[in-house]
Design a protein around this ligand. Structure first.
Ligand code: UT7
Length: 325
């Protein structure tokens, strides 16, 4: 049976120049390189320069993805940008990217699902493509998460970083089997009962300020391993594929211990897990496309590979996307 699939035509990413090590942070808050590495696997993170905005990072990643896809930017008929750190309260940062790319047609909008944002955005893009409402969609995850950090709170400020990643999706005909290239299945979830476990204590309608990240780390950790494993099993059940069929697992990069725990739970060997948390920290909506682009650039992910993406974040929100590269 002939079906429409959303195929990844190209990807790209961008990291701000400034790298901040754990030792640098130990000068700001009471922490140590040993604690951060042992508890999270993070060695360093990139932090945006003053005046460097989410749209700047997004645009650089977008341009790299468009070049990699080998298309003309004018062919893009939709831009979906996942971010928690928009340039302004409104308009959507996606419209800034749209204008900078010289596009005056189609639609551009932001998606807010915090760390799950890119997985949400991919799933939304796939739905638009499969129902025929768009043909070529630029999907971006971009964050200047450092702007939300309380630099006196050692329990959160050591965990996050800034960056952006993007993919270009295009409608293509498939056979309707798991041998097709493109997105094979996606699954999204949220449960607002847990919104106070990970949130920002400000906003336009409450305090009128941007606010800072607050997190009950241990609780988030516990839910993350369970929710992520469940949504992976959901993706496998929906396609009839097995964990052994997965070539590359590209998880949200929050904590090396969460990645290891999840991989073990679903029976994936460590060599199939793409781990960038050590160099990037947790870049929220940018983490999955940054990890994806890293593994494509270094030659690990190749055309035809089965790639599993997942994320979990504030809300709680979580989800998975299974695709053939
Ligand atoms: O992207 C969205 C999803 N986010 C996540 O998935 C994050 C999930 N959570 C985590 O990754 C981990 O829970 C953390 C890395 C945040 C914390 O690790 P933990 O092993 O759960 O540590 P903990 O919160 O239980 O804290 C252990 C101790 C505490 O001291 P006491 O109370 O035992 O004396 C903390 O005060 O470590 C202390 N601590 C620190 N010590 C040095 C907390 N942060 C630091 C720090 N440096 N930066």
């Amino acid at each position: 049976m002939s079906v429409i699939r959303s195929v990844v035509m190209g990807c790209g990413s961008y990291l701000p120049e400034r790298r901040v090590s754990n030792d640098d942070l130990a000068k700001v808050v009471e922490t140590t390189d040993e604690w951060i590495v042992e508890r999270t696997g993070i060695h360093e993170r990139h932090i945006a320069a003053e005046g460097e905005l989410t749209s700047h990072l997004a645009l650089k990643a977008a341009r790299a993805a468009i070049a990699d896809a080998g298309i003309d930017a004018q062919e893009i008929d939709m831009i979906i940008l996942a971010t928690t750190t928009a340039d302004n309260t409104f308009p959507a940062t996606a419209v800034t990217v749209q204008a900078e790319l010289g596009l005056h047609h189609g639609a551009a909008f932001d998606v807010q699902a915090v760390c799950s944002g890119f997985v949400y955005a991919l799933s939304i893009a796939d739905t638009f493509i499969r129902c025929g409402q768009a043909k070529t969609i630029l999907v971006i995850g971009a964050e200047t998460f450092s702007r939300l950090l309380d630099w006196t709170d050692r329990t959160t400020c050591v965990l996050f970083g800034d960056g952006a990643g993007a993919v270009v999706l295009r409608a293509a005909e498939g056979e309707g089997t798991t041998a097709d290239r493109g997105i094979l299945t996606s699954h999204l979830h949220s449960d607002g009962r847990y919104k106070e476990k990970l949130y920002v204590d400000g906003g336009p309608s409450s305090t009128g300020t941007v606010g800072h990240v607050r997190m009950e780390g241990r609780e988030v950790f516990r839910h993350a391993v369970i929710n992520i494993s469940d949504t992976i099993n959901e993706a496998l059940a929906a396609t009839g594929l097995k964990a052994a069929d997965i070539d590359w697992f590209v998880p949200h990069q929050a904590n090396k211990r969460i990645l290891d725990g999840t991989a073990k739970r679903i029976g994936l060997p460590p060599e199939k897990v793409v781990v960038t948390v050590g160099q990037h920290g947790n870049t929220s909506a940018a983490s999955v496309p940054l990890a994806l682009d890293t593994a494509v650039r270094d030659g690990r992910i190749k055309r035809g590979d089965l790639v599993l993406l997942e994320a979990m974040g504030g809300g709680f929100t979580w989800g998975s996307v299974l695709l053939r590269w």
